[in-house]
Design a protein around this ligand. Structure first.
Ligand code: C2E
Ligand code: MG
Ligand code: MG
Ligand code: MG
Length: 291
């Protein structure tokens, strides 16, 4: 996260470089105010079935509609939120928005699975499963309508404790996904032990696969690995028709990316999904870059 945020050249992120500074204290109070004043926005990005083109879900991605800085992307405040522990409040906000949206979608006749990103600190919270259940039960949303995305690094911080939370969540029926797969300090031994349902190939590999044979091979092997472990595999960063065709050819199950749809305000999603028409069969073709 730190490295990624630094690449973004984030103004806000610099505040945490000396924690306890006036700047970071004011950022923390600004974030508290953001929740109180309803400045957070829930964006949704579609996930589709690569074989049929059907919309099957959406990933919830947070933005901050800041009164003076405009729409602030998550990489500019999530790392700070993680450091200060504020992330738990943020995750609760996103989870509650996702549960509410899952209900609205069901009422509109759409059966969508909502994916929510969790951080290490969330996994260290033993009450997390009960908290999520309290969000879905009154709305009559099934646990399987939520998918919780975690990164390899979030698990590796304290694998035993993370495993216990994940097992609990899995037993309750929530879907679990490993996000940004291939970029963290993964351990295949842990991957085997984790009760996960889905693996998301990091967008860096997917975005490069058309021009770089090594990336294409990594994508192919990851799809195979996921399937051998009985996991659904999702490609993120699907930006072109050709990438879709290649991924479908390689047997990848699901896709998410700008070619299908960018993250959009949640208010726009249902209309977008109802208007979505996958490309006509036969229009998606690609000569395999892999022999
Ligand atoms: P992520 O979970 O891997 O989410 C996917 C990111 O890839 C999103 O960036 C999305 O806009 C971007 N993306 C999707 N398709 C494409 C594509 O085709 N091309 C390119 N270039 N990018 C694509 P976003 O929304 O800026 O979020 C960045 C990261 O911030 C997320 O990565 C996630 O790690 C974190 N994040 C976002 N919302 C939350 C949240 O509510 N809680 C937590 N803990 N983390 C969040
Ligand atoms: Mg994610
Ligand atoms: Mg990702
Ligand atoms: Mg990520």
């Amino acid at each position: 996260y730190a490295a990624k945020a630094r690449q973004c050249g984030s103004l806000i992120y610099h505040a945490q470089l000396d924690a306890g500074s006036q700047e970071s204290l004011s950022l923390l109070s600004e974030m508290r105010r953001a929740v109180e004043n309803d400045e957070l926005r829930l964006f949704l990005q579609p996930k589709i079935d690569l074989q049929t083109g059907r919309v099957i879900g959406a990933e919830a991605l947070v933005r901050w509609q800041h009164p003076t800085r405009g729409l602030v992307p998550p990489m500019q405040f999530i790392p700070f939120a993680e450091q200060t522990g504020f992330i738990r409040m943020l995750s609760a906000w996103v989870l509650s928005g996702a549960a509410r949206f899952a209900r609205d979608a069901l009422d509109a006749g759409l059966n969508l699975r909502l994916s929510v990103n969790l951080s290490t600190r969330d996994l260290m919270d033993q009450d997390l499963p009960a908290k999520i259940e309290a969000l879905i039960t009154p709305r009559n949303v099934p646990a399987s309508a939520l998918c919780l995305e975690i990164t390899e690094s979030a698990i590796m911080d304290d694998p035993e404790r993370a495993l216990s939370t994940l097992e609990h969540l899995h037993a309750m029926g929530f879907k679990l996904s490993i996000d940004d797969f291939g970029t963290g300090y993964s351990s295949l031994a842990y991957l085997k032990r984790l009760p996960v349902d889905e693996l998301k190939i990091d967008r860096s590999f997917v975005m490069a696969m058309e021009r770089d044979l090594d990336d294409a091979r990594i994508v192919r092997s990851t799809i195979e690995l996921a399937h051998n472990l009985g996991l659904t595999v999702v490609a993120e960063g699907l930006e072109t028709a050709k990438a879709w065709a290649l991924l479908a050819q390689l047997g990848c199950d699901e896709g998410q990316g700008y070619f299908i749809g960018k993250p959009m305000p949640q208010e726009d999603f249902i209309a977008w999904a109802q208007a979505w028409a996958p490309p006509e069969a036969g229009t998606l073709t690609a000569e395999s870059v892999l022999a």
